[in-house]
Structure formats: structure tokens, C-alpha cells
Ligand binder design. Structure first.
Ligand code: SF4
Ligand code: SF3
Length: 552
């Protein structure tokens, strides 16, 4: 089988990436090896779910599965070696948990699935990877579609769980659910409804994972505060940090203090400026550039080193590859990788700081400032004002425009949608989707800014909390009675998790764009439309009609 991948919104032709390379730049070989990693991870889960029933919990295995899932998200790993090592370790862990289960008196079924039995040497990985790579294994297209939804949701969940873990926060139930769901992919006897239930359960654990990360971030770095972020630059050399990992930023800030090197955020790192313990650093100067897909231009003109802590990495240009650094799970051949921290030690960022000192200061590409920090703590502090504005009619609707940005031209739709919304509406946002409209200066309503930015994509949790609190404040029975409209943009798998989380919370009539996921079979799509009222969006030319329809 050749390459087949349809896990992100930019998949080729809206159907699937096939051939030698995906639209994101990943090679056929890397996709195949990542598919094999996930295949064996299913095999590990096949045994670990049985072992758990006998009271066996393996911390290393739990962590391993989270990392393996995170690593296969769009724009994280572009190297073959990383997956080769991951597969070797996966085979070891699978054997270990199988033996632990047998030693505890466990009995194996007459026939185990191939993900639980296949083994091979490194020389054989490619052959096996190519033989299993392709569409997710399933007895029919609807099961395949539901498994894909669950699988991508689990990947998003793994990313958030991993960030929380690095801050010292864990929820073992997330590990056991992840493994239960992966093991369920080997069970062809599950009915359509049972698989749908698993999709919604993924959403439940999505809420838990986002809540865990919210707790980890706020207890570690303080409750986000409304903060102004500078978009211009100063004269010192700088380091640009991108991705979602706030702990990496914190350690980089500590280590670069008083070195003459300034730190700027890029993409999803923008919300860092609202955390009290991060914003206190004077040399955290501002945010540079736009969302992930603008990185080729932004990294070029930044002139200094760039640190990618998570997705979204775009295959770099030669002009800046020597000043690009990855850390955490991100990998790209030829890019310097900053190693993981050892136990209680910090990561060592001295090499990137030294590199910055040899580089010119960033070229200014814009000026001005934007306001961030409207996570649930701050918005609820404004609750009286917000409720009053709704009651007086000054605010007619809230429009949730969270999710991802992307490079497709028709995402201009979101800029126009935001620009043309009536002036009595407030946009609630989170994730990198905001870059389509967060510099438009849309003004405020009685002192409440018209764009309330809750933070990173995981801070969509904040938007859910705000909605639930408003429901309470207005004494409503149903979250769907609130004057809130959802127009969500997706790109990668964390957004899939956010979507499943909203569905789990009972949110209906979400508009999802710019295109619906290619993984949806006709039956699964009609379930989403009929049961949850999910709809798409139109085009930039007819944005006014969408606004009229969505807001009515
Ligand atoms: Fe294609 Fe997206 Fe898969 Fe990359 S992640 S190969 S762009 S579907
Ligand atoms: Fe963005 Fe990748 Fe999805 Fe975190 S950085 S939201 S796309």
C-alpha cells in the first residue's frame, strides 16, 4: 500500500495525501513508520487494558503511548530515525506488558490481532510499515470513519496531556481511556452506536485533558491577566519561540536573563504574555509575525534563532535552517535538537542563546499591540459587566471563532467574517485561528473588547467554562439557548479533540470549516448533521449571508 493520510484539513484535494510527500511536506516513509508506530501502540493497548484489570499499571508505558500519539500529529516529526527508535521501544514495551499480564495469570485469546503479534528487526520495519500503512483498519467505512475521529481526538488529547505532565500534572484516567480506545480498534464486534459512544467519550476525556492543562498552566504560571503585547521589535538580538510549551519558554526566559538576548513569541506562544510568572521578565519583548503557516517569511526576517517546542513546524528554508532549533517531540533532519530535561533539571538552552548573540536583531515587520489574556478567570471577573451588556442589548451575540489557522487562501473567509460581524457582537477565540482577525482593531462594547482571546487551542476549555457560567448566570437549562454562535476553523488533530469536547458538552449547531474532515463517511456525516446540527461554511464572496444565517 502507498501513502494515505487524511488527518488534517489541508489534505490533498480535500480527500487524502497520497504519493511521495504530503502537502505538509512529510515523506511517504515517515508516514508509513508513524503508521507502524500507532499499529504497535494498539497492540500494547490490547495487552495493557487486560493487564490493568489485573491491577497492573506501567508508568513508562502510559507515558510512551502519549508521546507516540503526540509525535504523529501533523507538523511534529519529519524524521525516519525518530519513528524507528519509537517502534523498537514499542515492541519492547508490548512484550513487557504481555509478560506481566501472563505472569499475573492472564489468559490470551485463541487469536490475537496482528498489532499484538507482529515483530521484526529494524531492517524489516519498512516492509511492514508499507504493508500496513494506509487507511485505518476497519471492517467497514463507517467504523473506519469513527475510528479515525477517535484516533485524531486521542492525538490531540495526548498533546495536552504531555504538556500537563511536564508541569507535574497527571490524570491516570486519561491514560487508561486512551489505551481502552486504542484497544477498541482491534474489536470489530463493536456496533456503530458503540463506536459513536466512544467518540463522545473521547470528547469527555478531551475536556478533562484541557482542564488538567488549564490547572497545570495556571497553578504554575498564575492566572492569565489582560495584557498588551507589543508587535514591534527592539535593537538587541533575539530568540523567537513557537509552539505551545510554556515550560520551555519559562526555562528559556530564566536562562537568557541578563545575556543581552531578548525573547519574542511566535504563533501559539502568544498567550504566554498573559501569565504573571512569564510576563514579569523584562526581556520577553513581544510577539513577532503571524500564525504557523507564515513561518517561512517570519523566521527569515527574524534574523535570530528560532525554537520550535511543538507543532506546527513547516519544512524549513535553507536560509534559516542553521538557526532553527527543535525541542520536545519535534524533529527535522538537519535541525539542531535541544535535548530533553533530565529528571528535575532544566533543559540546556545555552547553545541557542550563544547562537542568538552572533545574529542581527530582528527586522521590524509591524508595530502596535494586541490584547490577550481573556481566559475564563478574567472573563468571569468581568461577568457582571458582560451580563449587563447582554441584558441591555448592547451585546447581541457571542461568536466563538476558535481553532486553527492554515495556509489555504479561502481562510480569508474568517478575516472577512470577523470584519463584517455586526458591531454588537463579541468574538471569543482561542488557538491560532485568531491571527486571521486579531489585528483588525474591531473596537469594544462598553469597555469590553470585541475580540476576547482566551489563549492557545487548549484554552478552548476556557470558552466552554465561560459558556457554562453564562448559562448559570442567565438561569438557562440548555447551553444552546445562550446567544452564542460557533464558527470553528480546524487544521490539525488538536482541533478535532476540541470539536469532540464541545459535542460532549452538548453544544449544537457548530459551523466547521473551511472544509469538513475528509474522514467522514456519509453515515457519520449525517449523524453529525442530524444529531449535532454540524454545518459547514460558505465562501468569502457570500460571507454576509453566512453571518445573517448563523446569527438569526
Ligand atoms: Fe497530508 Fe495533512 Fe497528512 Fe500532511 S498531515 S500528509 S498534509 S493529510
Ligand atoms: Fe495552531 Fe498548529 Fe491548530 Fe494550537 S499551531 S492551534 S494549527
Amino acid at each position: 500500500m502507498g501513502m494515505f493520510c487524511y488527518q488534517c484539513q489541508e489534505t490533498k484535494g480535500g480527500a487524502a495525501c497520497t504519493g511521495k510527500r504530503g502537502i505538509c511536506g512529510i515523506s511517504e516513509n515517515c508516514v508509513a513508520l508513524q503508521d507502524l508506530t500507532l499499529h504497535i501502540t494498539k497492540g500494547i493497548s490490547f495487552f495493557s487494558t487486560k493487564a490493568r484489570e489485573k491491577g497492573i499499571e506501567n508508568d513508562e508505558l502510559n507515558r510512551f503511548i502519549i508521546e507516540a500519539l503526540f509525535e504523529t500529529i501533523t507538523n511534529v516529526v519529519f524524521t525516519e530515525n525518530t519513528s524507528m527508535a519509537r517502534i523498537t521501544k514499542a515492541l519492547e514495551l508490548r512484550e513487557e506488558i504481555k509478560q506481566a499480564y501472563l505472569n499475573a495469570g492472564g489468559v490470551l485469546p485463541d487469536e490475537s490481532p496482528s498489532c499484538a503479534t507482529w515483530t521484526g528487526t529494524q531492517d524489516e520495519y519498512f516492509e511492514k510499515a508499507r504493508s500496513i500503512s494506509g487507511q485505518i483498519d476497519a471492517p467497514d467505512e463507517d467504523t473506519r470513519s469513527l475510528r479515525a475521529l477517535i484516533n485524531y481526538g486521542l492525538k490531540g488529547m495526548a498533546a495536552y496531556t504531555d504538556h500537563a505532565f511536564h508541569l507535574g500534572y497527571e490524570d491516570k484516567n486519561i491514560y487508561s481511556f486512551t489505551q481502552k480506545a486504542l484497544a477498541a480498534f482491534t474489536d470489530d464486534s463493536l456496533s456503530f452506536d458503540e463506536n459513536v459512544a466512544l467518540v463522545l467519550e473521547t470528547g469527555k476525556f478531551g475536556v478533562d485533558a484541557m482542564a488538567l492543562l488549564d490547572k497545570a498552566n495556571t497553578e504554575t504560571f498564575g492566572v492569565p491577566e489582560i495584557s498588551k503585547v507589543n508587535l514591534g521589535v527592539v535593537n538587541n538580538p533575539g530568540i523567537l519561540i513557537s509552539g505551545h510549551d510554556l515550560k520551555d519558554l519559562d526555562e528559556l526566559l530564566k536562562q537568557s536573563q541578563n545575556t543581552g538576548v531578548d525573547i519574542y513569541t511566535h504563533g501559539e506562544m502568544l498567550p504566554a504574555h498573559s501569565y504573571p510568572l512569564l510576563k514579569r521578565y523584562d526581556h520577553l519583548k513581544g510577539n513577532y509575525g503571524g500564525s504557523w503557516h507564515e513561518q517561512k517569511k517570519d523566521f527569515e526576517s527574524f534574523n535570530g534563532p528560532v525554537l520550535l517546542t511543538t507543532n506546527c513546524l513547516v519544512p524549513p528554508k535553507n536560509s534559516y535552517i542553521d538557526r532553527l532549533y527543535t525541542t520536545g517531540l519535534v524533529r527535522f533532519d538537519g535541525v539542531t535538537h535541544i535535548q530533553d530535561r533530565k529528571k528535575s533539571e532544566e533543559k540546556d538552552f545555552s547553545s541557542i542563546i550563544a547562537k542568538a548573540k552572533t545574529c542581527s536583531s530582528p527586522t521590524q515587520i509591524e508595530t502596535g499591540e494586541i490584547t490577550v489574556g481573556f481566559a475564563h478567570g478574567q472573563v468571569l471577573a468581568l461577568a457582571d459587566k458582560v451580563i449587563e451588556a447582554v441584558k441591555s442589548g448592547a451585546v447581541k451575540k457571542f461568536v466563538v471563532m476558535a481553532g486553527c489557522d492554515g495556509r489555504m487562501k479561502h481562510r480569508e473567509y474568517y478575516t472577512e467574517f470577523a470584519r463584517k460581524l455586526p458591531s454588537d457582537t463579541i468574538i471569543l477565540t482561542a488557538g491560532c485561528a485568531k491571527y486571521r482577525y486579531n489585528k483588525l482593531n474591531l473596537g469594544d462594547i462598553e469597555g469590553i473588547p470585541r475580540v476576547l482571546d482566551a489563549g492557545q487551542c487548549n484554552d478552548s476549555y476556557s470558552l466552554a467554562i465561560i459558556a457554562l457560567k453564562l448559562k448559570e448566570a442567565f438561569g438557562m437549562e440548555d447551553i444552546n439557548d445562550l446567544p452564542i454562535v460557533y464558527n470553528i476553523a480546524w487544521y490539525e488533530q488538536k482541533a478535532v479533540l476540541v470539536l469532540l469536547s464541545l459535542l460532549y458538552l452538548g453544544v449544537k449547531n457548530i459551523h466547521l470549516g473551511p472544509t469538513l474532515p475528509a474522514l467522514l463517511s456519509p453515515k457519520v456525516l449525517s449523524l453529525l448533521v442530524e444529531t449535532f446540527g454540524i454545518g459547514g461554511i460558505s465562501t468569502v464572496a457570500t460571507v454576509e449571508e453566512d453571518i445573517k444565517n448563523f446569527l438569526k
